[in-house]
Design a protein around this ligand. Structure first.
Ligand code: AMP
Ligand code: ZN
Ligand code: FE
Ligand code: FE
Length: 286
C-alpha cells in the first residue's frame, strides 16, 4: 500500500449518470489533473463512452466502463452493492438488456421517492429531478439537488443523512443479481471489480464469505483505496485481495461538484492496472 500517485484513476462519473462534468469535460479534466489513465464508469450506462473517446486528449488513456447497481440476495433483505465493469463489448445483447432494465428501474424508484417526499409536504418535483439528470441515469444525487434547491439541506452529503435519502426516503430499486452481473460482464469480454466493498458509512456491507464466492465466480478485483473506506477498511480489502489473488485498485469515484473528492485522489498501481487490462477482451483501452 502506498500513497504514491500513479496517475491511474479507474472510477469516475459524468453527466451520463450522476457526475456534473460532461464526458468530454471529464477527460479534459483528467488530463489537466495530470492523470495518464481514467476510467469512465457511469451508473448502469455506456452512454458517455463515445463523447469521452472523441474528446480524449493525447497522452490520456481512456478505460471504458460502467458501475452496475447490483444486489446480493443471500441476506434478508438483499444488500445493494456496486460492481465496476471494464472493457466489455457494449453491444453485447444480454448485458445491454440488463443495463436498460436497471436504468428503467432507476426512473421508477426516483419518481416513487419524489412521490413519498411530496406526500410529506416536501416541495420537490419529478420534473426538476429529471432536469438535473438531463437524460442520464437518474440517481439519488439528482433528488439531492432538488432538496438543496428547496433549501432543506446544504449539500449532497446532508441529503444522504438517515432522515432524507439515506434511510427515511430510501427506496429499493430492481438491481442485478451480483453473480449474474459478474457473468454478464465476463461473457461480454470485460472484467469486474467490486466497488468500495467495505464502505459501511453508506449502508450495509457484505461479508467476506460473499467476496470469496464472487472470486470463485469470476470477479477480477476489489476497490481497496476509496474515500469511503477508513484506513482499517482499506487495509482489510488489500489483505483480502492478496489472499484471494484478486487485483486491488484505488480510485477517486469522482462525481464533479456533487462530491468533494477530486480526480486522482486515489489511484491504482501499474501492475494491478496491467492485470485488469490483460484479463479483458471486449474493447481495448484507447
Ligand atoms: P443511487 O445509485 O441512485 O442509489 O445513488 C447512489 C449514489 O449516491 C452513489 O453512487 C453516490 O454517488 C451517492 N451516494 C451514496 N451514498 C452517499 C453518501 N452517504 N453521501 C453522498 N453521496 C452518496
Ligand atoms: Zn454515483
Ligand atoms: Fe458506487
Ligand atoms: Fe461510483
Amino acid at each position: 500500500m502506498t500513497d504514491t500517485s500513479t496517475g491511474i484513476d479507474l472510477h469516475a462519473h459524468s453527466t451520463a449518470s450522476d457526475g456534473t462534468l460532461g464526458p468530454a469535460e471529464l477527460v479534459q479534466a483528467a488530463a489537466t489533473a495530470g492523470l495518464r489513465v481514467v476510467a469512465l464508469t457511469d451508473h448502469d450506462t455506456t452512454a458517455g463512452w463515445a463523447a469521452a473517446a472523441a474528446a480524449r486528449p493525447t497522452g490520456l488513456t481512456l478505460i471504458r466502463g460502467t458501475e452496475i447497481s447490483c444486489r446480493w440476495y443471500g441476506a434478508e433483505p438483499a444488500v445493494p452493492l456496486h460492481l465496476l465493469g471494464y472493457l466489455f463489448d457494449p453491444t453485447d445483447r444480454a448485458l445491454r438488456a440488463e443495463l436498460d432494465r436497471v436504468r428503467a428501474a432507476r426512473t421508477v424508484r426516483g419518481e416513487r421517492t419524489v412521490d413519498l417526499l411530496r406526500a410529506d409536504g416536501i416541495d420537490v418535483t419529478w420534473a426538476e429531478v429529471l432536469g438535473y439528470a438531463a437524460g442520464g441515469s437518474v440517481g439519488r444525487p439528482h433528488i439531492a439537488q432538488a432538496l438543496i434547491r428547496a433549501g432543506l439541506v446544504a449539500d449532497t452529503t446532508e441529503a444522504f443523512a438517515p432522515r432524507w435519502l439515506g434511510e427515511r426516503y430510501r427506496l429499493p430499486k430492481d438491481d442485478v443479481d451480483v453473480f449474474a452481473a459478474v457473468k454478464l460482464v465476463r461473457d461480454a469480454g470485460g472484467v469486474t471489480v467490486f466497488a468500495h466493498p467495505r464502505a459501511s458509512r453508506r449502508g450495509r456491507i457484505v461479508p467476506d464469505s460473499l467476496i470469496v464466492e464472487l472470486a470463485a465466480a469470476g470477479l477480477t478485483g476489489l476497490e481497496a483505496d476509496h474515500t469511503d473506506h477508513s484506513p482499517a477498511e482499506r487495509a482489510h480489502v488489500h489483505r483480502l485481495a492478496a489472499e484471494l489473488d484478486l487485483v486491488a485498485t484505488g480510485s477517486s469515484d469522482f462525481h464533479g461538484s456533487h462530491k468533494t473528492v477530486q480526480l486522482g485522489a486515489w489511484t491504482t498501481g501499474v501492475e494491478a492496472y496491467e492485470r485488469l487490462v490483460a484479463a479483458a477482451s471486449g474493447v481495448p483501452p484507447i
